[in-house]
Design a protein around this ligand. Structure first.
Ligand code: SAM
Length: 260
């Protein structure tokens, strides 16, 4: 198990204010859940500096060299310091990897299928776009590619409690919508949680729709390239009525935004 002291060493070297990363206690939550659930293959959506990636890798290395992390980020440049590449902390903090690792820029949750072609995922960490409904869409897009009993962890489920981030409700909405078994960090502001997937992806259509029914807080339209890819996956893996409702919600949102 990774101790808080081991986590602290990485924070002392790499943390800076406004870096948009997991806290040391969020990292501990992730590492403890990995130790407990013993995943063989993990998927991370949203890398930024690579702080969370570093801890996922360190926790997996403790489980053995055949464990694997696939991390994706929509960007190549780290948004808080564009002179740096996404995931830069990993190389600095982990000179020799103790597990398998693939870092993919310009990729997102809709690419889960490609990386799960041989083996599905046992653990997913979502920390990407925080406007609602992105964390729900990310969950919807990865659910067909997880194994039974996989855990899906969501970061920033308490972000909306900070006044300047009041609109960042996406992570909380999906965390609230999913049923037990669930976990929430007991540290600080309880900003990270996880739910366990106990059924097939189609068993969660009601929960996904309940989450999508909450007020959307994304500021712009869902771009056509994203929108097309979402439907392509939803229509193949979910029921026709579910796909139709997702389509209706996204089209209504885009029409509203285009009318402004
Ligand atoms: C909050 S940061 C991630 C922080 C990181 N998990 C950590 O704790 O160190 C969010 C990252 O998600 C990426 N992102 C935003 N929307 C995304 C999407 N739809 N798919 C994948 N990555 C996305 C951004 O480029 C950004 O690097």
């Amino acid at each position: 198990m990774l101790s808080l002291e081991e986590i602290e060493v990485v924070f002392q070297q790499h943390y800076f204010d406004g870096m948009g990363a997991v806290s040391r206690y969020d990292a501990k939550f992730l590492c403890d859940l990995i130790q407990e659930s013993q995943p063989a293959k993990c998927f991370e959506v949203g890398v930024a500096s690579g702080m969370s990636t570093t801890f996922l890798l360190k926790a997996l290395a403790k489980l053995g060299p055949d464990t694997e992390l696939v991390s994706v980020d929509i960007s190549r440049q780290y948004y808080a310091d564009r002179s740096k590449q996404v995931g830069y902390i990993v190389d600095a903090a982990i000179p020799r990897l103790g597990c398998q690792f693939g870092l993919h820029f310009n990729h997102w949750s809709a690419d889960a299928e490609k990386f799960a072609a041989e083996e599905k995922f046992d653990f997913v960490f979502i920390d990407a776009h925080h406007g609602h409904p992105w964390a729900t869409l990310d969950t919807m897009l990865v659910l067909p590619f997880v194994n039974p009993e996989a855990w899906i962890s969501v970061h920033d489920i308490a972000l909306q409690e900070i006044p300047k981030f009041a609109s960042q409700t996406g992570p909380l909405r999906v965390f609230e919508a999913f049923p037990e078994p669930k976990r929430k960090s007991q540290f600080e502001n309880q900003n990270i949680g996880a739910f366990q997937v106990t059924g097939r992806h189609r068993d969660y259509e009601d929960q996904l729709l309940a989450s999508l029914a909450q007020t959307w807080t994304v500021s712009g339209v869902v771009k056509e390239s994203f929108y097309n890819r979402i439907f392509e996956i939803v229509e193949r893996f979910y029921s026709a009525s579910f796909a139709a409702q997702v389509r209706k919600q996204i089209e209504a949102h885009n029409q509203k935004k285009n009318a402004k």
